[in-house]
Structures are given as structure tokens and as C-alpha cells.
Design a binder for this molecule. Structure first.
Ligand code: PEP
Ligand code: MN
Length: 338
């Protein structure tokens, strides 16, 4: 349920509501908006039905939250959530661009890529140090050494670092280096991992599972929000269908659908979404046209030698061209990019 506070309710009224909700064995999430403060109440609400919450001082109304996801829902927060993580901003008028290699491979590779993508307008650097690979025999990432190289690239360029965490026990380590923790598609429903990133205050990029519905994506985000971390970006990265001409099928209607139902920002990944470097520019531009708040794009100095995902990776020149096209599309939809 949502407890809507009166515009003139004081701090003590809010504290009393929060304490009463906790007494009822429920969890209060206070959301301070520009026009009103609400308390989203989650947990088993049966005991709260006739608890008199609506009679407490400062309470304007008590309403049910109709969506199955609660804290993520537009019903509790009408204004979009804006997430800032160092140089990256996602959710405001400017579209954030996260670019870099699928995997961190060397100091030269990651620093060279960071410089090039920054010069083209990217606002954050991506790079996997812990890689969740389909085959146990594929390159698994440089692990902590890779995190150190990402930190060196950040020191060199000022770009925020977005990198994946694949296991709950690695969250503390990865959070020491990352500005944004990526939870990958394969882990979207790893609930212990979602809770672990939810216990940090580091922004999270949550990728949609290739076989997950958008509602399941929102419920996965809800695990992170309910654990106390409000800074979640959702990422459409393509789903598995019968189609084989692309690696995954990239459904861009997800973007406006999500915007209608959640205040969380939406990022699109046209690299994994298509699997082909020659399709990335068009789908990045289409994502911007569809209202994406951010893009995450794979870029490498020499894609054909990349240790993972080379076929879908742009070189520096192609990334520069993509940014040019996206900048023009962004202007047409009253946004800026980078
Ligand atoms: C990645 O970003 O390199 C990655 C593994 O993505 P996904 O989890 O979407 O497959
Ligand atoms: Mn990849």
C-alpha cells in the first residue's frame, strides 16, 4: 500500500507513520517527491488492513499499490529517478552512454578505449573483469586484476566504471572499484545476488534475462530496491526468440512500456541485442528515438582480436559515427546525448 502524507505533514508525523508500519511487521520505503511524500509499505499487508494507519496525524490517504512490483512502480513515484554515478547521469534529459570492451584484456586496451570513447562523447566506461560465459572453457575475465585496470582507466580519463558482478561473495570486492555494478542477463533472477547488490549504495545496471518477461525484470529490480538500494537502472539487452538473423531479438517497445510503469531509468544494449556490429548504429539510434535514458555499447581497439563478443563490437571510428547519428536523433526527441 502507499501512505500519502499531507503536504504540510511534519517530520514527526512521518516518523510516527514509519514506526507504526514497522510495528505491524512491514517495511516502509519513504519516497520524498517534489509535491508529496509517500511511504510505500511492503510485506504481508493482511495485518495492516484495519490498523488505522489512515487516522494517524499527517496522513492524507492510504491507497493500494496495484502493480505486483511496488517500490519500482510509478504509482509510488511519478517523477523519474535520476541516477548519478561520477561522470554518468541516467534518467534526466541527457542520455548516458556507457562504452567499452566486453572484457578487460590489458592496461593498453582499456585505457586506450576509455580515451577514445570519451573523446567521442561517452560518459562511462564498461568492461567485464568477471565474465559469465556460456562455456566453462571460454575466457572467464581478468578478475581483480581487471578491476585494477578499470580503476586505472578511470584515473586517466575521469570516466565512471560500469562492471559486472557475478556472485554475491564478490560484491564487496567489485563495489570497491565500480561506480555502477552490472548484474548480467544470466543473473537477473539470482535473488541472493540481487539482495547483495541491494545492500550496497552503489548504483546497479540490471540486465533483462533473455527469457524473462518485463514484469519479471521489474520484480527482480524490486529485490534490489527492497533491500535498500534505490539506484537501479533497467537494461533491455534482447531476448531469445525463434529468430536467428540476430543473436537476440531487441524489443524496443520495452522502453516506452517501462516508462509508463516505472520511474526507474531504462538503458538499451544494442550490442548484445543484435550480436552484429553492423546493426549496432541503427539500433542505438532507434533506442534513442524510443526514449532510452542510456545506451551500453561494446567498443574495442581491434574487435577481431577481442577475447569475447568481437562480432558485435564497434571499433573507435564506428563508435564515433554511432554517436554522431545518435546525437542528431536525440536532438529530434528533445534530448542531449553524452
Ligand atoms: C556483457 O555486458 O558483456 C554481458 C555479458 O551482457 P549480458 O549479461 O546482457 O549477456
Ligand atoms: Mn559482451
Amino acid at each position: 500500500m502507499i501512505i500519502v502524507m499531507h503536504a504540510d505533514a511534519g517530520r514527526s508525523d512521518l516518523d510516527r507513520v514509519v514506526a507504526r508500519v514497522e510495528e505491524l511487521g512491514l517495511r516502509p520505503h519513504v519516497i520524498v517527491g517534489t509535491e508529496r511524500t509517500v511511504v510505500a509499505v511492503v510485506g504481508d499487508e493482511r495485518g495492516a488492513v484495519s490498523s488505522g494507519l489512515e487516522t494517524l496525524p499527517g496522513v492524507a490517504s492510504v491507497l493500494p499499490i496495484l502493480a505486483p512490483y511496488k517500490v519500482a512502480s510509478r504509482e509510488v513515484q511519478s517523477e523519474p529517478t535520476v541516477i548519478r554515478a561520477g561522470s554518468l547521469q541516467v534518467g534526466g534529459p541527457a542520455i548516458g552512454v556507457i562504452a567499452g570492451p566486453c572484457s578487460v584484456e590489458s592496461l593498453e586496451q582499456i585505457v586506450g578505449t576509455a580515451r577514445a570513447v570519451k573523446a567521442a562523447g561517452a560518459t562511462a566506461l564498461r568492461g567485464g573483469a568477471f565474465k559469465p560465459r556460456t562455456s566453462p572453457y571460454s575466457f572467464q575475465g581478468m578478475k581483480e586484476k581487471g578491476l585494477e585496470l578499470l580503476a586505472a582507466a578511470r584515473a586517466e580519463t575521469g570516466l565512471a566504471v560500469v562492471t559486472e558482478v557475478v556472485a554475491p561473495e564478490d560484491v564487496t570486492l567489485v563495489a570497491r572499484y565500480a561506480d555502477v555494478l552490472q548484474v548480467g542477463a544470466r543473473n537477473m533472477q539470482n535473488y541472493r545476488l540481487l539482495e547483495a547488490v541491494g545492500r550496497t549504495q552503489v548504483p546497479v545496471l540490471l540486465k533483462r534475462g533473455p527469457a524473462a518477461t518485463v514484469e519479471e525484470l521489474l520484480l527482480a529490480a524490486e529485490y534490489i530496491l527492497d533491500a535498500g538500494n534505490r539506484r537501479v537502472m533497467l537494461c533491455e539487452r534482447g531476448i531469445r526468440t525463434f529468430e536467428t538473423h540476430t543473436r537476440f531479438t531487441l524489443p524496443l517497445a520495452t522502453v516506452p512500456w517501462l516508462h509508463a510503469r516505472t520511474h526507474l531509468p531504462v538503458v538499451v544494449d544494442p550490442s548484445h541485442g543484435t550480436g552484429h556490429a553492423n546493426l549496432v548504429e541503427s539500433m542505438a539510434a532507434a533506442s534513442v528515438a524510443a526514449g532510452a535514458d542510456g545506451l551500453i555499447v561494446e567498443v574495442h581497439p581491434d574487435p577481431k582480436t577481442a577475447s569475447s563478443d568481437g562480432g558485435q563490437t564497434l571499433d573507435f571510428a564506428a563508435f564515433g559515427r554511432m554517436m554522431e547519428v545518435c546525437r542528431r536523433v536525440a536532438a529530434a526527441v528533445d534530448r542531449t546525448i553524452g
